[in-house]
Ligand binder design. Structure first.
Ligand code: PNS
Length: 172
């Protein structure tokens, strides 16, 4: 029997922490589906196609890994659809644990699908898509935390003089 897992997330954009988890999941399962899903609490920065492309670049050497986006779908339904018996996620620490546990329990409640947590590599403890975007947006160097392609795309999106701040005042 093919052992198949889903690694779900917003991946907006994929970070070095995500890639570490994807690679480790690929070593544990025959097939890994990287599922880009909608998180209602987040607004997107990158398009779905951009996110898919950035992840595909990172996992191109892993034959058992494929990347797909699933619109308007519960994660558990995606797992059923692709025939996955497990969800794999990385855990960076206590805050992640508090955020992930209710989702893991809810997903098990809904269909019985199990969630496996991999301890995040301490080198990427501080790395999240949101923090990387914030740092890059204001000119900080995010080299090594995301691919060079993602870093360059983030630099492209730095606020330009004349762009309006949240309070209506122009930047610069
Ligand atoms: O990378 P994120 O944003 O932490 O990932 C969260 C995500 C996208 C996996 C979660 O929001 C999700 O599963 N969304 C799909 C809809 C769903 O199943 N919601 C109920 C979760 S118990």
């Amino acid at each position: 029997m093919t052992r198949r897992a889903v690694c779900p997330g917003s991946y907006d954009p994929v970070t070095a922490g995500h890639v570490d988890v994807l690679r480790r999941a690929a070593g544990l399962f025959d097939e890994v589906i990287v599922a880009i899903l909608h998180n209602p609490a987040k607004t997107g920065t990158f398009t779905i196609d951009e996110r898919i492309g950035y992840i595909e670049d990172e996992v191109a050497d892993l034959p058992g890994v494929r990347v797909e986006a699933f619109a308007n779908r519960l994660l558990v339904d995606v797992c059923t659809e692709v025939g996955a018996t497990a969800i794999v996620k990385g855990l960076r620490g206590g805050t992640d644990f508090a955020y992930e546990m209710p989702m893991a329990l809810m997903n098990r409640h809904l269909t019985g699908v199990e969630t496996l947590f991999l301890p995040g590599d301490p080198r990427f403890e501080h790395v999240s898509s949101s923090l990387v975007k914030e740092v890059a947006r204001f000119g900080g160097d995010v080299t090594g935390l995301v691919s060079d392609a993602v870093r360059d795309a983030l630099i492209e999106r730095l606020p330009r003089p004349g762009e309006v701040l949240g309070d209506g005042r122009p930047v610069g």
